[in-house]
Design a protein around this ligand. Structure first.
Ligand SMILES: Cc1ncc(COP(=O)(O)O)c(C=O)c1O
Length: 385
């Protein structure tokens, strides 16, 4: 873990901040891309996971495309130098101006999530005098066996179009002259650690692609989304996620002929390279006997524990005490749910000690807010220390 190795240098910096291990990011990208190329798979980075410009610059060097969830994400990707033709844009509620912008920028595909959206894209493409490539984001009805807050492909989810609705709208979709359906997209959820779920996903995708083809859609690509999970419990044991297995499972089970296969990884690419470094402000004990360590970060820097009950491993990187105690780590925000974790075993922790909240590279900074007028956290990169 990087923070422990450079703890001395970190003590001099203003906290809280994200610390990025650039070498680990490079190794992770190298691993994902070399294995993807073995099978001819294309990899997009789900930019929502982290917009940090330095990370984007490195990600671009490795030849990834970008998966976006808003017009501003498309803009961010283009401003970071990504080729619009490597950008896909999904999102259940795209505004007219966002769709207009995506059309104007001539991105690779707009992944549509309702029949009404297909109509709107068609109308706005006609206005622009264009025929626009789109993918159908289909809801495959799969349980991804993850935290229910981050599953996206079950039948009742807001994401994607149900196969039944596509079936009943085939002629309607085909009548739209200013869109061309060139892809099928599914994304079933995030932080998937049970890899057999990807096998189920491939089997479902095969059926959907076969049926859409029979219905007369000429699909050029199949985008199977992201979702590969990372080891939050013991990040040191698995700094680089198991891309090899996901690709091998896909190769074995996804039967979509010559069509291009795309992935959209977020968390698995950047999650382990980021740590949130925070300083202990105060200690106190509640009337019920709970020992609190109050740190200078909060849910405004990392909302995942408060939002989803997500676990992040926390360590004290500066204490030299040998005795360990159990702490509840709470933040500065004026919210009772602003708790990073409970019953954390730490060496005796004092005001001024630095803690690392690990595996915070994905959905950390990108979800940061200015609630309580907090400043946004800074970023420190391993190669600039
Ligand atoms: C459509 C889509 N693709 C890809 C991703 C990235 O998922 P992950 O970070 O789990 O790889 C998400 C995440 O929410 C998503 O909604």
């Amino acid at each position: 873990m990087l923070s422990r190795q450079v703890a001395e240098k970190l003590t001099k910096l203003e906290t809280p901040f994200y610390l990025y291990d650039v070498a680990l990011l490079r190794q992770t990208l190298e691993s994902a891309m070399s294995m993807a190329s073995k099978y001819g798979y294309k990899v997009h980075y789900a930019i929502k996971a982290n917009y940090d410009p330095r990370l984007l610059q490195i990600i671009r060097e490795y030849g990834l495309g970008i998966d976006c969830a808003s017009g501003n994400e498309v803009r961010c990707a283009i401003e970071a130098g990504f080729d619009p033709k490597s950008i896909v844009y999904a999102g259940v509620g795209k505004r007219d101006k966002e769709i207009r912008y995506a059309i104007e920028q001539n991105i690779y595909a707009i992944n549509c999530e309702s029949i009404e959206e297909l109509h709107l894209v068609d109308e706005l493409a006609r206005e622009a005098g264009r025929v626009v490539d789109v993918a159908l984001r289909v809801n495959p009805d799969i349980d991804p066996k993850t935290n229910h807050c981050i599953d996206t492909g079950q039948a009742d989810s807001k994401f994607g179009i149900s196969y039944e609705e596509i079936l009943s709208s085939v002629e309607d979709i085909k009548s739209l002259r200013n869109i061309e359906v060139v892809g099928m997209h599914i994304h079933i959820g995030s932080q998937i650690r049970e890899l057999h779920v990807f096998e189920n996903m491939c089997n479902k995708a095969n059926v959907i692609v076969e049926n859409l083809t029979k219905l007369g859609f000429e699909l050029e690509f199949v985008d199977v989304g992201g979702g590969l999970g990372i080891n939050y419990d013991m990040p040191e044991n698995e700094p680089i996620p198991n891309f090899a297995s996901v690709f091998a499972i896909t190769k074995q089970h996804l039967k979509v002929g010559e069509r291009e296969v795309h992935f959209e990884f977020g968390r698995s690419l950047v999650g382990q390279c980021g740590e949130l470094i925070t300083r202990v402000l105060f200690n106190k004990t509640t009337a019920t006997g709970r020992r609190l360590a109050i740190v200078d970060a909060s849910m405004t820097e990392l909302i995942r524990p408060a939002l989803y009950g997500s676990y992040h491993n926390i360590e004290n990187i500066t204490s030299e005490e040998s005795q360990r105690l159990k702490y509840t780590i709470v933040g500065t925000a004026c919210e009772s749910t602003d708790v990073f974790d409970e019953n954390v075993s730490l060496p005796i922790t004092k005001r001024g000690d630095l803690l690392t909240i690990k595996s915070a590279g994905a959905y950390g900074m990108s979800m940061a807010s200015r609630y309580n007028q907090h400043d946004l956290p800074g970023a420190v990169y391993s190669d600039e220390l």
